[in-house]
Design a protein around this ligand. Structure first.
Ligand SMILES: [Fe+2]
Length: 364
C-alpha cells in the first residue's frame, strides 16, 4: 500500500501541474423533463470517462435523458482534473484508456480523503472476470457492461448516488460531534488547547507504539471527543473552582457515560467509544465507571489516559502551575507505583517522551 501511495502521489502532482492535457469538458448536458428529481436537493452531477467518443456519447445521452448533469473526460488525466474542479457525485469510468487507465484513476481517487466517497462504476466487457477483480481491488463500487441497458444504468446510478449522500450525511454527523467537542472545550477556559494537543500526542505516541492506522485515527479522534459528555454536566459543577462534594463528583463522573451515548449511533465511532467510556479507569480497578482491572481496560483507553494525564500535568490549570515534562513523568511514575497505570505502557511512554523530540511540535 505504501509503495502504491508513493507512486501515486507524484502522479497526482504531475496531473495538477501539467499543461499538456487541456481540459475536455462537454457542455453540461441535462434534460429538464427528467426522472431524477426524486433526489430532494441539487441535480446530481456525473462524470463520464471514456477515450472512445462514440461510447462516451451514448452514456452521456442516456444519463442526460435521466435528468443528470453530465460532464465528460476523454482521458484519465482529464478525469482527475475534472473531479477536483467539479466534484461529481458519481463517475462512470472506462477501464482501457491510453497513458492512465481506469484502474489508476480509481485507485488515485479512492486513496484521497476528498474524493474517496465518490462512487465509481467501471465500464467493462461482458463476463470480463479479471477486469472485475482488478476493479474491486482498486475500490470500484459497481460494474456495467456495454452496450448499456438504460434501465439498469439508471437503477445502478440512482442507488449509488443515494448511498453517497447517506455517507456524506454520516461525515456531516461526525463533523457535528467534533463541533460539539470544540464548543465544550471553549466552555471550559481552563484547558486551553488540550484537545488539539492530545490529537498531536495521540498521533506521535501511537506511531511510536506501532499502532495500526485505524488505532491511531481512533486515538486522534479520542483527543477531540473523550470529554464530549461534559455537554451534559451543569456549569455549576464543570466550572467549579473549589473541591467537589461527593454528589458533584458523581455528576462529573457521568460525563463518560453521556459521551458514550452521544457517539454510539455512529458506526464510525466504534473504535473511539472505548476511549470515551474508559479513559478514567485505573490499572488496579479503582477508576470509573466500571472499575475495570488491568488488561480488561481497553488498550486504547490505557494509551489515551497516559497522554491525557501527561498533557494536563505539563499545562497550567487554576489549581496548579505547569509542570516540566520531567516533573510530570515523576508524578506519573509515582501513580504507577501506587497501581494506577499499566507499568509496561508507562515505561514505553517515558522512552517516547525522553527519546523523541517530535512530541513537542505544536499540532498542525
Ligand atoms: Fe474525562
Amino acid at each position: 500500500m505504501m509503495q502504491q501511495q508513493t507512486q501515486i502521489a507524484p502522479l497526482l502532482t504531475n496531473i495538477l501541474v501539467s499543461e499538456t492535457h487541456d481540459l475536455f469538458v462537454s457542455k453540461t448536458v441535462q434534460n429538464q423533463g427528467s426522472t431524477v428529481n426524486s433526489f430532494d436537493s441539487d441535480v446530481p452531477r456525473i462524470l463520464v470517462v471514456d477515450d472512445h467518443a462514440a461510447s462516451r456519447m451514448t452514456a452521456v445521452a442516456l444519463l442526460a435523458m435521466e435528468g443528470y448533469q453530465v460532464i465528460e473526460a476523454d482521458s484519465g488525466y482529464t478525469a482527475i482534473k475534472l473531479v477536483i474542479q467539479k466534484q461529481p457525485d458519481l463517475i462512470l469510468l472506462d477501464v482501457m484508456m491510453p497513458e492512465m487507465d481506469g484502474y489508476q484513476v480509481c485507485e488515485l481517487l479512492k486513496q484521497n480523503e476528498h474524493t474517496r466517497l465518490i462512487p465509481v462504476i467501471f465500464i467493462t466487457a461482458l463476463n470480463d472476470r479479471r477486469s472485475r477483480i482488478r476493479g474491486i481491488e482498486t475500490g470500484a463500487d459497481d460494474f456495467l457492461t456495454k452496450p448499456f441497458d438504460r434501465v439498469e444504468l439508471a437503477a445502478r446510478v440512482k442507488s449509488l448516488i443515494t448511498q453517497k449522500r447517506l455517507n456524506e450525511d454520516l461525515d456531516h454527523a461526525e463533523q457535528v460531534l467534533f463541533s460539539i467537542a470544540r464548543a465544550i472545550e471553549s466552555r471550559d477556559p481552563n484547558t486551553g488547547n488540550h484537545c488539539e494537543r492530545l490529537v498531536h500526542l495521540g498521533k506521535t505516541f501511537g506511531e511510536h507504539l506501532n499502532l495500526t492506522r485505524n488505532q491511531i485515527r481512533d486515538l486522534m479522534w479520542g483527543g477531540f471527543l473523550h470529554d464530549i459528555g461534559k455537554v451534559g454536566i451543569p456549569d455549576a459543577v464543570l466550572l467549579k473552582k473549589g473541591k467537589f462534594t461527593a454528589e458533584e463528583w458523581d455528576i462529573m463522573k457521568q460525563h463518560v457515560l453521556i459521551g458514550e451515548k452521544i457517539c454510539q449511533p455512529l458506526r464510525s465511532m466504534r473504535g473511539v467509544i472505548p476511549i470515551i467510556r474508559h479513559h478514567h479507569e485505573r490499572w488496579d480497578g479503582s477508576g470509573y465507571p466500571d472499575g475495570l482491572i488491568k488488561d480488561d481496560i481497553p488498550y486504547l483507553a490505557q494509551v489515551f489516559q497516559v497522554i491525557d494525564i501527561f498533557d494536563a500535568l505539563i499545562n497550567e490549570r487554576p489549581y496548579k502551575r505547569a509542570f516540566t515534562p520531567e516533573e510530570a513523568l515523576a508524578v506519573m511514575v509515582d501513580e504507577t507505583a501506587k497501581g494506577w497505570r499499566n507499568p509496561k505502557l508507562m515505561q514505553q511512554f517515558i522512552e517516547f517522551i525522553c527519546c523523541f523530540k517530535d512530541w513537542q511540535l505544536s499540532p498542525s
